[in-house]
Design a protein around this ligand. Structure first.
Ligand SMILES: [Zn+2]
Ligand SMILES: [Zn+2]
Length: 318
């Protein structure tokens, strides 16, 4: 049994093989999981959890509650590896649509991973979209439970406490010095939740109105999610230099609940890119990147696709 979407933050095993120990107390992120042998070492006080350089280390969590996950049989992932990469050139994308948000609630501010600016209707009002779990540090700090297991969450509690969102040019070498606008209020999306089982990322979404789009270039949402075998590109920071890079991938699974893709170049790893956009060959947005993983040396990603994004946004006027 394996866990393709998780790596062990202590020994870096990817995927985790055997039982996985998932910390539910730490904010959602790349440092939540331990393999079985590292978890035993943690219990014996021989390793540190959360990792010292993780944002969770600053939260002073008293008790770390772990959930055991058994994993999935390995053979079900073989079909993903057999999907070929089509030869298609990358779409043209503008600068200033992928951004870095800082979310604030009164005096508390938390840096989110990625977000992007999109239009739902042609020439409509721009929105900032991201994955809900990129706000998890702030969510946990505020004691709000937006996870799937909280049946009482209505979708209103989090927007009610977000006082403002500052947005920055994520690709600038010193991004904190390059503000490009602000966003808010946060939209009430009644079905948005954190902590879904990967790769079923259909509820992992957060949306904000853009206050001033004069420095931004919104990109339209596609009408439909891409089909299996279609090329897609994730727009994120280049691993080598502070510029936008399009990571080419091919869709290996496209269902109601998820869009799974595998990257063409296993040498270029897009790390910690939750909330970044996934584009089709026309340069339209087909998904919000939510998670990544690895299987037999192939890098994988999954996204909340545009079919579900549009469902969440139903009822708002653009
Ligand atoms: Zn380990
Ligand atoms: Zn923890």
């Amino acid at each position: 049994m394996i866990h393709v979407w998780n790596h062990c933050h202590n020994c870096n095993a990817a995927p985790i093989v055997g039982r996985r120990f998932h910390c539910e107390s730490c904010p959602d992120g790349p440092d939540n999981d331990l393999c079985e042998s590292c978890y035993e070492k943690f219990r014996e006080g021989k390793i540190i959890h959360p990792a010292e350089d993780s944002s969770a280390a600053l939260l002073e969590i008293k008790e770390h509650r772990f959930k055991v996950e058994e994993g999935k049989p390995e053979d079900q992932y073989e079909t993903w590896l057999s999907v070929g990469h089509p030869t298609v050139s990358a779409p043209r994308t503008p600068d200033y649509f992928v951004v870095r948000p800082i979310f604030s609630s009164q005096m508390d501010s938390v840096i989110g991973g990625y977000a992007f600016v999109a239009t739902v209707e042609k020439n409509g009002k721009p929105l900032m979209l991201t994955a809900l779990h990129v706000m998890d540090e702030l969510i946990k700090k505020k004691g709000i439970d937006c996870s799937e297991k909280n049946k009482n969450y209505t979708g209103r509690e989090l927007p009610a406490i977000i006082t403002h969102v500052d947005i920055y040019d994520i690709f600038a070498s010193n991004w904190m010095m390059t503000p490009v606008g602000s966003a808010g209020p946060m939209l009430v999306l009644p079905d948005a939740r954190t902590d879904g089982e990967e790769p079923y990322s259909d509820r992992d979404i957060a949306a904000f109105w853009i206050k001033d789009a004069s420095n931004l270039n919104p990109v339209p949402l596609a009408g439909q999610p891409p089909v299996k075998g279609a090329p897609v590109w994730q727009a994120a920071r280049s691993p080598k230099k502070p510029v936008q890079h399009l990571f080419k991938a091919v869709v290996v699974e496209s269902t109601d609940r998820t869009l799974v893709f595998k990257y063409e170049d296993p040498g270029e790893k897009a790390k910690y890119t939750s909330g970044s956009p996934v584009l089709n060959k026309n340069g339209e947005i087909v998904g919000i990147s939510v998670g990544g993983g690895e299987y037999k040396g192939t890098l994988l990603g999954h996204a909340n696709h545009v079919g579900n994004i549009r469902k969440h946004l139903t009822g708002n006027t653009f």
